[in-house]
Design a protein around this ligand. Structure first.
Ligand SMILES: [Zn+2]
Ligand SMILES: [Zn+2]
Length: 297
């Protein structure tokens, strides 16, 4: 399995001179399976460049939406494969008791918010409720689990062979509980993330910022470190960077994370655009895609 980060900013795109190293695009991660299948985790603004890099590629793909906040959906109408009539696009997202996934996405993909209606998208679209039961896609099994955030929200676990990648970009597992004291079975998302080789997880706030944002649906550094320890993950990638955080401030958050862990090693790192992750029989390796198509399979 190969993954590449196309956007790791939270809440709102934040381009500019002080977000160059980690990037300003909102959530989008490409996952290529050994079987050749493509999974796209969220459709934030990062999905635009992914779609542009995919010209001429095969047509079946799966877009896994953790939830429908705009920072995870806003790029969908700019994803070129949706405008190819032959494309077979599967959209997965959290179930809602009120409206179907298609109805909720159509709120955004319709005038006056967007000029093209969802029903007029040329690609063949198939909608699925994200399943808590494992679903086979190509050489992987994928399952979702509801997590604590604002509105219906899931995280995803992708397993291929002995390797696993877990993606929980928006998550406040500390809400109403003391994480360090809580049995793992009672911690939101902990079972989904348990033993993962790689966890990409919400790390929106510094510890000093969190008291002003309790209940907003995101994690402080203290919480994500405690969560990763409880879930016994191998590699933690701090994700969903606050749009107000500069590159320098993000690096200060990494130091805060290392202080919580008590060690400085490469098992905790900051997500950045063009980060690539290879998970295979040899283990896990991180790198940096140096050109738009570098590392693509
Ligand atoms: Zn978000
Ligand atoms: Zn959100």
């Amino acid at each position: 399995m190969y993954a590449r980060v196309w956007g790791c900013r939270g809440s709102l795109a934040a381009p500019g001179s002080d977000t160059i190293r980690y990037g300003g695009n909102t959530s989008c991660v490409e996952v290529r399976l050994d079987s050749g299948h493509l999974l796209v985790l969220d459709a934030g603004t990062g999905i635009r460049a992914l779609g542009a890099a995919m010209e001429g590629e095969e047509d079946e793909l799966h877009i896994l939406l953790t939830h429908l906040h705009l920072d995870h959906l806003q790029g969908l109408g700019f994803f070129r494969p949706l405008f190819r009539p032959g494309a077979d696009v599967h959209l997965w997202g959290p179930a809602s008791p009120v409206q179907s996934l298609a109805e909720r996405i159509a709120i955004y993909l319709s005038p006056p918010l967007f000029p093209v209606r969802l029903a007029d998208i040329p690609a063949q679209l198939t909608f699925h409720n994200a399943s808590e039961e494992p679903v086979t896609i190509g050489s992987a099994t994928v399952r979702a689990e509801s997590v604590t955030h604002q509105g219906p929200t899931v995280g995803f676990r992708i397993e291929e062979g002995d390797r696993s990648l877990v993606y929980i970009p928006d998550h406040e597992p500390s809400l109403g509980v003391e994480l360090a004291q809580q049995p793992t079975a009672w911690i939101s998302g902990c079972e989904l993330a348990h033993g993962a080789d790689v966890l990409l997880h919400d790390a929106q706030y510094g510890d000093h910022e969190y008291p002003n944002h309790v209940g907003w649906g995101h994690s402080a550094i203290e919480h994500v470190m405690s969560f990763a320890d409880k879930a016994e993950v191998e590699h933690l990638v701090l994700f969903h960077h606050d749009p107000y955080h500069t590159d320098d401030e993000l690096e200060a958050l990494l130091i805060e994370a290392q202080r919580h862990r008590g060690t400085v090693d490469d098992h905790v790192r900051l997500a950045h655009e063009d980060m690539t992750i290879v998970l295979d029989d040899d283990g896990v390796s991180f790198s940096h895609a140096t050109a738009p198509n570098a590392g693509m399979i």
